[in-house]
Ligand binder design. Structure first.
Ligand code: C2E
Ligand code: MG
Ligand code: MG
Length: 432
């Protein structure tokens, strides 16, 4: 795992502008506790004050150098100055993370639902205008749990900065692919891997996709990055073949691209120019539901040129059996949400078991993602799950490490040492 480097905000709250040749911009973030009323009912007046106090403290720790202050009853305001274009998107990501962990109040834990809005730069000389811009962004922010409206994506100055920064990173060759194997349990073989993009930023180090892909998706600008991933994966697959390794490479395709005829044409051209390429596309059901007619037609087009279709994150988003049946998919990936707690939860094994049966009835193979323990692997094996992917087998790794891993795996299959525990766990699970 890796973490982001601390946000490079000046500690002296320097003024925006330029006195030393460095162009600084003022930024403002507003963080609203969306479930304020519900929480207040649970924890009372003093409890909710404590929640807001702790939230401001967490944000202060996450954004050292920024000025953090309560604003009204349910908002925390953050002011900062930075000379980096990505500062706002980084600050938004850090603030979002600071609300991710549940909060302990009077011995009980409570989840926080945060809405965030921010602005940077444009109104540098006028703090009031900057706060107004941040308020407008906050007013447009989507409540947690609602899916973004595809036709009018809410993206802001921060997203625009991220899109530009990723464009520059692509020009500079700073994007890299890591690969995570999918292990076929019965065959004890790795026949496919998933390509996961990372941004190798000279200043911040390795940046995780969660910190830049959502912004590019909101801006509906995933085409360039995705075509780059396809080209890179084709080239890496050629290198793997030269090293004696044959694996299909699965690539994640964002929802808005599925309905985009221009992208589909460009992707098909890249694949047609690479005879022998063996690719798969991972798509979510939610992305099909946005524009089912176009998405299903395009998925069939991919299927016809030999690209396998996999349903990613099954169970985490919108689901529709009507669409599931129509998709030319050969693989269904159960979201790690149901897998990481598999052996400690009563409900998850039942959900996973029935999902495996459903997928098999639809002639699909099942991949469980997020397999972290031998016990989960054992249980999935007796449930009839076809493939597993997760830290137990391997974290996502660069191409060189993947090549070494694949060679070693053929000699000593990863599941060998946990086989003994299969029967014991199976018996326990069947007894309930
Ligand atoms: P995903 O496609 O569902 O990928 C699985 C994520 O789970 C990866 O995170 C992977 O590192 C992580 N993971 C794998 N095994 C385990 C495990 O055992 N436990 C836990 N807790 N996590 C595990 P990563 O690489 O940070 O990617 C996050 C998401 O970013 C991906 O979710 C995918 O939706 C998106 N993404 C990554 N690369 C691309 C890309 O090239 N294009 C698009 N459109 N999205 C991408
Ligand atoms: Mg995926
Ligand atoms: Mg997934």
């Amino acid at each position: 795992m890796h973490s982001l480097a601390p946000l490079p905000l000046p500690t002296d709250r320097a003024e925006a502008g330029s006195t030393d040749g460095v162009d600084r911009q003022r930024g403002c973030l507003l963080i609203r506790l969306h479930n304020y009323n519900a929480l207040r009912r649970l924890v009372g007046a003093s409890g909710i004050r404590e929640v807001m106090h702790q939230l401001a403290e967490r944000v202060g720790v996450a954004l050292p150098g920024a000025m953090v202050e309560p604003l009204g009853r349910d908002v925390v305001a953050v002011e900062f100055v930075s000379d980096r274009a990505e500062a706002l998107s980084e600050a938004l990501a850090m603030a979002r993370r600071s609300g991710a962990a549940p909060m302990m109040i009077d011995g009980d834990t409570h989840e926080l639902d945060l809405l965030l809005g921010g602005a940077i730069g444009a109104a540098a000389g006028d703090p009031t205008a900057l706060i107004e811009e941040a308020e407008a962004a906050l007013a447009e922010a989507q409540p947690p749990g609602t899916s973004p409206t595809p036709r009018s994506p809410v993206y802001d100055q921060a997203d625009r900065s991220t899109v530009d920064a990723v464009d520059r990173a692509l020009d500079a060759g700073h994007m890299v692919l890591h690969y995570q194997p999918k292990l076929h349990i019965r065959r004890q073989a790795i026949e496919c891997v998933e390509a996961l993009v990372r941004w190798q930023d000279p200043e911040r180090g390795l940046v995780a996709p969660i910190d830049f892909i959502p912004a590019i998706e909101r801006a509906q600008r995933m085409e360039r990055l995705t075509l780059w991933v396809i080209e890179r994966a084709i080239e890496d697959q050629r290198r793997l073949r030269l090293a004696g390794e044959t694996v299909r490479i699965f690539i994640n395709i964002s929802g808005h691209l599925l309905a985009d005829a221009h992208f589909v044409r460009a992707a098909c051209e890249r694949i047609a120019d690479a005879p022998g390429a063996q690719l798969g596309f991972e798509v979510t059901e939610t992305s099909v539901i946005r524009d089912p007619e176009a998405a299903i037609a395009h998925l069939r087009q991919f299927d016809q040129i030999g690209v396998r279709v996999s349903i990613d994150d099954y169970g985490a988003g919108l689901s529709s059996l009507a669409y599931l049946k129509q998709l030319p998919a050969c693989e269904l990936k159960i979201d790690k949400l149901f897998i990481t707690q598999l052996t400690s939860s009563n409900r998850d094994p039942l959900i996973v078991r029935s999902t495996i049966d459903l997928a098999h009835a639809l002639d699909m193979e099942v991949v469980a993602e997020g397999v972290e323990t031998a016990a989960a692997l054992a249980l999935l094996s007796v449930m009839g799950c076809d493939m597993v992917q997760g830290y137990l087998i391997s974290r996502p790794v660069p191409l060189a490490a993947l090549t070494t891993f694949l060679a070693a795996q053929r000699q000593h299959p990863a599941t060998q040492d946990v086989r003994a525990s299969f029967t014991r766990l199976a018996a326990g699970w069947k007894r309930g």
